[in-house]
Design a binder for this molecule. Structure first.
Ligand SMILES: C[S@@+](CC[C@H](N)C(=O)[O-])C[C@H]1O[C@@H](n2cnc3c(N)ncnc32)[C@H](O)[C@@H]1O
Length: 225
């Protein structure tokens, strides 16, 4: 994998709590963060006593390499946010500068935790659709800003294989958002729901309290029945 092909951009624990409507009970179970990248979710949740393992292909890189790449992409992302400002709701963040500053702060918290977290096995290099975990090893999977969002880059088959692989190792999978980068409903939501229900899982879309990207109001929840 080449880091130049990835847009690492991370959110914090508070955002994950809203994105996935996480309750205190949710934070007591074994959690897999899929595609966590440079988010500070794992660092902050672990410090608060949660058990989280994050997987992401970028964990083959060093802290310095990840930091350089985040700094490299931040200017372009800021520019895109400015150009597409009407695609976002400016209440949580007042302006583009506030978003960039929050993302860089999350990355710094992630970087402080990265080397020790790697040694503890909390940051694992892995890529959907292949996770080297046992069946039902985790209770809850959280997949933020990867599946459905990048529908132009990830095919329908890859979406289905990725979600089925998450279902193999986790009892409950939550995925957010369900819209693409330009805020349109992902064309792969219906095929993914069809595939997981055919495989014997339950699937429903659930409203969440997080609000930033316009139309990104729901997560998909897939459970073993
Ligand atoms: C936009 S970032 C989101 C980071 C974090 N989940 C968040 O919401 O703040 C997307 C992440 O997906 C990761 N990713 C790319 N391909 C992946 C794959 N096949 N399996 C798992 N994660 C992948 C990228 O490396 C990147 O860190």
């Amino acid at each position: 994998m080449q880091l130049s092909m990835v847009v690492p951009w991370g959110r914090c624990f508070k955002e994950y709590k809203e994105i996935f409507s996480l309750s205190q009970a949710d934070l007591q179970v074994n959690i897999l963060g899929c595609g966590d990248g440079p988010a500070s979710f794992n660092a902050e949740a672990t410090a608060a006593g949660a058990k989280v393992i994050s997987v992401d292909p970028i964990y083959c890189f060093s802290a310095n390499q990840i930091e350089s790449r985040v700094n490299e992409v931040s200017h372009n992302i800021a520019q895109q946010l400015k150009e597409n400002a009407s695609n976002y709701i400016w209440s949580t963040f007042q302006n583009v500068e506030a978003v960039v500053s929050a993302r860089l702060a999350a990355m710094k918290d992630f970087l402080k935790d990265y080397e020790s977290g790697k040694k503890e096995g909390r940051y694992v290099e892995a890529s959907l659709p292949l996770l080297t975990f046992k069946e039902n090893q985790f209770t809850l999977a959280l997949c933020s800003h990867f599946l459905f969002l990048y529908s132009e880059h990830i095919t329908e088959e890859q979406h289905i294989a990725g979600v089925l692989e998450l279902c193999r190792v986790i009892k409950e999978v939550r995925i957010y958002p369900l819209v693409t980068l330009d805020g349109r409903p992902s064309p792969y939501l219906a095929p993914v729901i069809e595939a997981v229900t055919s495989a014997g899982y339950s699937a429903e879309t659930v409203a969440v309290p997080y609000s930033f990207q316009r139309n990104a109001t729901e997560m998909l929840v897939v459970k073993s029945v």
